[in-house]
Design a protein around this ligand. Structure first.
Ligand code: GRF
Length: 201
């Protein structure tokens, strides 16, 4: 992309992926800046992480509005005020309103802790993903970074990386190994988008 990337990260909980993006931006290893952190959950630790780095935060949830349209309008206004040109979902548990999908076509990324299209879709979040991978007897799993369109977990895949499932893994150990890979891959993919190596067109 020719313009400098101005990223909004959407996160509902801990925000360790958010942290990896902030760190990479500060270190200059990706030509992008995290300019806004959005959460539906005012207790999300992701908000603390943002504040620690002087990044603006927005707590917003559809419940605060009479309907989806007024919620989406407010969210969009806030993104536009910060000139956001890329949205990175990182453990964001809410649906992205249609209006936002239309305003940011091919500009919303998500990270998923498995090799999509396997282990994606409804109910496949957090530890459930790793439990399902173990139950299926998989010998490898990984990380997927993909675009978001109107069907969750089904947009174009931008990058995938694999990691072994060990015979003695439990969901915790697997989650830890996958998360480590997530922290490496997300900033890498954004750096490649910023340099034009990955095209979003
Ligand atoms: C990650 O595993 C991510 O792939 C998934 O949600 C988790 C978020 O973790 N979408 P964190 O909040 O970034 O630590």
């Amino acid at each position: 992309m020719s313009e400098k990337l101005r990223i909004a990260v959407f996160a509902s909980h801990g925000g360790s992926n958010l942290q990896s993006l902030i760190d990479a931006a500060e270190a200059g290893s990706m030509s992008a800046e995290v300019v806004l952190v959005v959460s539906n959950n005012r207790k999300a630790f992701a908000l603390e992480r943002a504040k620690n780095h002087g990044i603006e935060t927005l707590v917003i949830s559809e419940k605060q509005f009479p309907d989806e349209n007024s919620y989406a309008t407010e969210l969009l206004t806030r993104l536009q005020q910060r000139s956001v040109n890329l949205i990175c979902l990182a453990g964001y548990m809410k649906k992205i309103p249609k209006k936002l999908l239309q305003a940011y076509p091919r500009r919303i990324l998500n990270i998923h802790p498995a090799l999509l299209p396997k282990f994606g879709g409804k109910g496949m979040y957090g530890k459930h993903v790793h439990e399902a991978v173990l139950e299926a007897g998989e010998t490898e799993t990984g990380v997927t970074i993909h675009l978001i369109d109107e069907v969750y977990d089904q947009g174009r895949i931008l990058a995938q990386e694999r990691v072994a499932v060990n015979p003695d893994d439990d969901p915790d150990s697997l989650q830890k190994r996958v998360l480590k890979l997530e922290h490496k891959l997300y900033p890498q993919v954004i750096a490649r988008i910023a340099s034009g190596e990955i095209s979003l067109e």
